[in-house]
Design a protein around this ligand. Structure first.
Ligand SMILES: *Cc1c(COP(=O)(O)O)cnc(C)c1O
Length: 511
């Protein structure tokens, strides 16, 4: 049954606009003479030009005002705790609360990266063991846990590809990275940022890499190939063995974008498919809340041959104690402050420990089952079609096209996505991958129940009926949300965005 849904609508001022001068919501102990002296010494080290000229302009509010303000804002928002969140490619699964509890324990939240190694043995052991697990899960030899996200992991991985060819004296010659046209935009961006030329290979009608096109694309200039498997259409590249052979024979390396690992955890391993470098998105597959710009983690794993290029430091164990190894002459260097987003590593560790081998496998299986349930049901709804790989099962996600609906009724994928919000359901990813017109990329994950899937299908069926009988309702959606139809183009224009209070004040001419 589709739910009745009305989002809260507060005319909420900015936090800077509430409160009164002098109002505070916290108590800080008066610093001792000793502390003040140290602060004074430190202040003297700051160059004059960098010293603050006036007090910072902070909101002056009581605790209750802060709590009420942010609670009201949260009521005008939508998240995995509110309901179904089928945002394709993002693996927006529900994140067990126990992970949060563990990550906020004093021993995790209050340790300092400058602490002596002897005082953080538990943290080092956790990283050491997590690295071993990720290596086991992916079939790689060793991992760095430092990168802060998938895209960061890609950049690190491509730097390792560079280091490898440089080591072999081939860097000048190998300047091309091959990427399929279904790839996530971060892949070509990472390759280009690392100085490589991007060569795009097309997909065939099965939605997989066109092998002949790949053969034509590789050459003595190939540095590597970046691939997601299952790919962004949710289709498993069955010819991965052949793809690996073609790239390796040409002297290139294979990079695995692990954003879609949720579909195959415990079933197949990128290492066994022939990949040399792998990144994982711990915040996707291994359950950390993401999407609001919070911390993530994109560990990068490599084969034994590439181990020496990994960033410093790595966590080692000498039989008695854990320690950080900085003595790695071929390392590409440091890629992140300290040792990565440790609290995310703790959540992934807890998640893997709780599920175990069997649980991880089951999660992957249910994510695939849920997707294929949607494929079967939505395939029957008027206006939607499933392009590429006709009749092939999907893995963790599927990409429908609303092209028939657009042709018949003028209702586009964008309008369908907006209308879904009226039913209290988060929109799927739209217009990606680029090879599908009017794309709706749906990833239910294993944490959606059958009832939620049925509700989602029912909502889409209703939208289809509306599109064919009363398109105006869909074209002007959403109606039941805190803010209604937004102008996406305007929101993306820098001149109309006020990202800070200071920018806003400058704009309205107060400063
Ligand atoms: C999410 C995603 C990325 C980028 O990962 P971030 O953690 O968001 O930086 C790369 N590739 C694919 C296929 C993705 O879905």
């Amino acid at each position: 049954m589709v739910k009745e849904f009305r989002q809260a609508k507060w005319s909420e001022p900015l936090i800077f606009e509430i409160g009164r001068e002098g109002r505070i919501g916290h108590m800080v102990p008066t610093p001792s003479e000793e502390v003040r002296e140290v602060v004074g010494e430190v202040e003297k080290l700051i160059p004059e030009v960098l010293r603050r000229k006036r007090e910072p302009e902070l909101p002056e509010v009581s605790e209750v005002e802060v709590v009420q303000h942010y609670t009201r804002l949260s009521q005008m928002n939508y998240g995995v705790d509110t309901g179904f969140y089928p945002l394709g490619s993002c693996t927006m699964k529900y994140n067990p609360r126990v992970n949060e509890e563990l990550a906020s324990m004093d021993e995790v939240a209050w340790i300092h990266p400058y602490q002596d190694e002897s005082t953080v043995q538990g943290a080092l052991e956790l990283m050491y063991r997590l690295e071993k697990w990720l290596a086991e899960i992916t079939g790689m030899h060793r991992f760095t846990l430092q990168p802060a996200a998938g895209a960061h992991g890609e950049y690190v991985g491509v730097q390792i590809i560079r280091a490898y060819h440089k080591y072999n004296g081939e860097l000048g010659k190998r300047d091309e990275i091959i990427i399929p046209d279904s790839a996530h935009g971060t892949n070509p961006a990472s390759a280009a940022m690392a100085g490589f030329k991007v060569i795009v290979v097309p997909s065939n009608e099965d939605g997989c890499v066109d092998i002949d096109a790949l053969k034509a694309a590789v050459s003595e200039r190939t540095a590597g190939l970046m691939l997601t498997n299952p790919n962004t259409l949710g289709i498993f590249e069955e010819k991965i063995g052949e793809i690996a052979r073609i790239v390796h024979d040409a002297g290139g390396l294979l990079y695995y974008d692990g954003a879609n690992l949720n579909a195959i955890v415990g079933k197949v391993r990128p290492g066994d498919m022939g990949f040399d470098i792998v990144h994982l998105n711990l915040h996707k597959t291994f359950s950390t809340p993401h999407g609001g710009g919070g911390p993530g983690a994109g560990p990068v794993g490599v084969t034994k041959e590439l181990e020496k290029f990994l960033p410093v430091p790595l966590v080692e164990y000498d039989g008695e104690k854990y320690y950080l190894d900085w003595d790695r002459p071929y390392s590409i260097g440091k890629v992140k402050g300290f040792y990565g987003n440790f609290n995310v590593l703790v959540k992934a560790f807890a998640y893997i420990l709780a599920l175990g081998e069997k649980g991880l496998k089951t999660a992957a299986e249910i994510s695939v089952l849920n997707t294929n349930y949607i494929v079967k049901k939505l395939g029957k709804v008027r206006g939607f079609e499933l392009p590429y790989g006709k009749g092939k099962p999907r893995k963790h996600e599927c990409v429908f096209s609303a092209s028939p609906m657009k042709r018949d009724t003028k209702v586009k994928a964008l309008d369908v996505a907006k209308r879904l919000l009226d039913f209290g359901i988060h929109a799927p990813t739209m217009y990606f991958p680029l090879i599908v017109h009017e794309a709706l990329m749906i990833e239910p994950t294993e944490t959606a129940t059958k009832e939620q899937l049925d509700e989602f299908i029912e909502a889409l069926s209703r939208i289809s009926e509306e599109a064919y009988n009363n398109p105006e309702v869909v074209l002007s959606a959403p109606h039941n949300t805190s803010v209604t139809r937004l102008d996406e183009a305007m929101a993306a224009r820098p001149k109309t965005l006020f990202l800070t209070w200071k920018m806003y004040l400058e704009k309205v001419g107060e400063k």
